[in-house]
Design a binder for this molecule. Structure first.
Ligand SMILES: [Zn+2]
Length: 103
C-alpha cells in the first residue's frame, strides 16, 4: 500500500507541487500539464507482455525506461527549451525507481 501511494504520489503530486512552488501564476497550469504528461512514456508498456506486471521493475526493462533513454532525459535538462520536458520525464523515472526499490 505504501508502495502504491509513493509511486502515484510522485507521478501526480510532485508535478503539481513543483508547478505551484517554483513557477509564476500565469505559467503554473502549463508547467503542471507538461510535468503530468511525463506519465505518457508508460506507453512503451504496450510492447511488453504482460502489459502490466506489478512485480516487474520498469527501469531498464521498457524502451522508454532504459538507461539510454534516462541519459537522454538528463541531457534535456541542460537546454532551456527542453528543460521542463526533461524534468517531467525524470520525475516519471524517479517514481518508477521508488517503485522498484519498494518491490
Ligand atoms: Zn513508468
Amino acid at each position: 500500500m505504501l508502495r502504491f501511494i509513493l509511486h502515484y504520489g510522485i507521478h501526480f503530486i510532485v508535478p503539481i507541487a513543483i508547478g505551484l512552488l517554483f513557477f509564476k501564476k500565469e505559467l503554473q497550469l502549463k508547467i503542471i500539464a507538461i510535468l503530468l504528461s511525463g506519465i505518457l512514456i508508460d506507453i512503451d508498456h504496450i510492447f511488453a507482455n504482460p502489459i502490466f506486471d506489478p512485480n516487474r521493475c520498469s527501469i531498464g526493462f521498457h524502451i522508454l525506461h532504459s538507461y539510454w533513454a534516462i541519459t537522454a532525459y538528463i541531457i534535456l535538462l541542460f537546454f532551456d527549451k527542453t528543460r521542463i520536458i526533461g524534468l517531467a520525464l525524470i520525475i516519471h523515472i524517479i517514481a518508477d525507481i521508488t517503485d522498484c526499490w519498494l518491490m
